[in-house]
Design a protein around this ligand. Structure first.
Ligand code: BTN
Length: 264
């Protein structure tokens, strides 16, 4: 299968705002996030967009795995998903809300029908279409950010998945992995740089407009149950419980819609 990435076009649009930026394509890697984290720890901290045709050990949030999915006919079809990581040194005054800002950029680049399930899962109605893994490494006084994005293009096999999956082909016919990368890469870089300059507060209303959970009953992994009431200026999830309004910030908390009947 020949895959033609538009690496030069991406480089031309991003390099002016991110000096030293490069685009790199690998046929196979364990995980694009793991690769950039290894490089950062070895002192390689230039800005880079690393895209892979295939990951052998893709990683998700909360220690989960991430599968690239399988094309129905690998000889004929294009890549079943787009997997890439963006690495760059970043120095915001406050890191809170970064993962929400990243999710927001991805949904805004993709389709108006997509929603964000806090903090940054991309959902189409009641199914997950894309996932984002944000990690950082401290290197000699600098913090290196690695943002990993996996977007289903084909609809993956639902077997073994906690959440039923969706594919972008359901919304946008004919969009292959290279076209998709070109569509999301530059806005993502700009969104991260805007976050670095302004923080999350300026993005709160835009997040609200894409918030899957708002007004729905949610259940957190620590047992807290309540009605989701959006996010605060730092990106914390607000949940109205019988004991009052609480803020959920921990990455260890998973929030699941308990019912779709409660949306207001
Ligand atoms: C999640 O929803 O749990 C996050 C999934 C993130 C998957 C992407 S695919 C590219 C990058 N490399 C990885 O190993 N993970 C991220």
């Amino acid at each position: 299968m020949t895959v033609r990435w538009q690496a030069e076009a991406i480089w031309e649009s991003v390099a002016p705002v991110l000096p030293g930026f490069t685009v790199e394509v690998l046929p196979e890697v364990d995980s694009t996030n793991s690769e950039l984290m290894r490089r950062a720890r070895a002192g390689l901290t230039d800005p880079v967009l690393l895209v892979a045709h295939r990951q052998t050990a893709g990683r998700g949030r909360l220690g989960r795995t991430w599968s690239d999915g399988a094309a129905k006919d690998p000889a004929e079809a294009g890549l079943p998903s787009l997997v890439f990581s963006l690495g760059l040194p970043l120095a915001p005054a406050d890191w809170s809300g970064l993962s929400l800002a990243v999710g927001l950029s991805v949904v805004q680049s993709l389709h108006p029908d997509l929603r964000l399930k806090w903090p940054n899962d991309v959902w189409l109605q009641e199914r997950k279409l894309a996932g984002i893994l944000v990690e950082t490494a401290g290197v000699g006084g600098v913090r290196y950010l690695v943002v990993g994005v996996g977007i289903n293009i084909a609809v993956p096999d639902a077997n073994g998945l906690r959440t039923p999956p969706a594919g972008l082909c359901e919304l946008l016919a004919g969009l292959d992995a290279p076209a998709l990368l070109t569509r999301v890469a530059e806005p993502l870089v700009r969104a991260i740089l805007l976050f670095e300059a302004q923080g999350f507060a300026a993005l709160r209303q835009a997040f609200h407009e894409r918030d899957l959970l708002y007004g729905r009953t949610v259940e957190c992994s620590d047992g807290v149950i309540g009605v989701a009431r959006g996010v605060d200026a730092s990106g914390a999830l607000l949940v109205h419980t019988e004991n009052g309004l609480i803020k959920i910030t921990s990455a260890e908390v998973s929030v699941r819609p308990a019912s779709s009947a409660n949306r207001t």
